[in-house]
Write a protein that binds this ligand. Structure first.
Ligand code: PAF
Length: 284
């Protein structure tokens, strides 16, 4: 496995890969790799000739009050996991390498970035779309794998790639859960034992809402209200939002007609840790 610290080395490696007729699967991450990332790397490995992993904790997507300095950076362990998952090349730039001068250019999407995470973290998506555009430009034509765990991020990146004709096919990958249902996240390590147990309310509430839809409930507002009430019934959870949305536009739905694809999306804070979760349902 090749490790590249500079943009030029990483770009050259992937240019040479394509020149040799081999396809590239890009897996952008902030490190602290877990089984969710492993599934992205494995999907990329199954569908592409060479897997390119990027590990970069991007300061632009953290607000000053957020966890940038304490974000976990277990680089040696990440490299071992990457090698075991069949990664061919890893890009591990420093902040100075990615942003040699403060960026004067920001990639901004309207609409999709406004609700949910965008409302809670107003500068977050500009940071994500700017760094992902840079990574796409450095990596070149590829398939790029994003987890459905950050469902809004996936929708934003997919729309950005289409709007800007970026030569990248954005590929979604399903959420990976712990045995008890908690969605894998690099931030789970911040949870106390009590909050870790309480956080199971998120997946439980999603399953209950999915059952409500399967039982014939057509009013999205009723489903959203039940999601919110279930989460609020857990005293350690501070609900941020519970939404029933269209999976592509992320617009809130009104009536769930039979055959409609629906995404249930929730966020809640447990002490200082914000957790996200979501579930896809087809109204039947
Ligand atoms: O999902 C993440 O880990 C990050 O938001 C990403 C896509 C790597 C951009 O920094």
């Amino acid at each position: 496995m090749q490790v590249c610290a500079t943009k030029s080395e990483f770009r050259r490696f992937l240019d040479d890969t394509r020149a040799a007729g081999r396809t590239v699967g890009l897996v952008p991450t902030m490190g602290a790799l877990h089984a969710g990332h492993r599934s992205l790397m494995e999907a990329a490995s199954a569908e592409c000739d060479v897997v390119a992993l990027t590990i970069f904790v991007n300061p632009l997507q953290f607000a000053p009050t957020e966890d940038l300095s304490k974000y976990p950076r277990p680089i040696e362990r990440d490299l071992e996991l990457a090698e075991a998952a069949g990664v061919g090349v890893v890009f591990t730039p420093t902040v100075e390498e990615m942003y040699p001068v403060p960026t004067a250019t920001t990639v901004h999407l309207d609409g999709l970035t406004a609700p949910m995470e965008g409302a809670a973290r107003p500068t977050h998506f500009d940071g994500v779309t700017t760094v992902v555009t840079k990574l796409f430009n450095i990596a070149g034509p590829c398939r790029a794998y994003f987890g459905e765990k950050d469902f809004q991020q996936l929708a934003v990146v997919r729309r950005m790639a289409a709007d800007l004709d970026q030569p990248v096919e954005v590929v979604p990958s399903p959420i990976i859960r712990e045995a008890d249902g908690l969605a894998m996240s690099s931030r789970n390590i911040y949870l106390s034992i009590e909050d870790r147990a309480a956080a199971l309310v998120l997946y439980r509430s999603l399953l209950a809402a999915s059952e409500l839809i399967s039982a014939g409930e057509r009013r999205a507002s009723v489903v959203a209200a039940q999601l919110a009430a279930d989460i609020a019934s857990e005293p350690r959870a501070a609900l941020e939002y519970a939404e029933v949305v269209d999976p592509l536009t992320l617009e809130p739905l009104d009536l769930l007609d039979v055959g409609t694809d629906v995404r249930l999306i929730v966020a809640a804070r447990f002490a200082t840790t914000r957790l996200l979760d979501n579930l896809g349902v087809r109204a039947s």
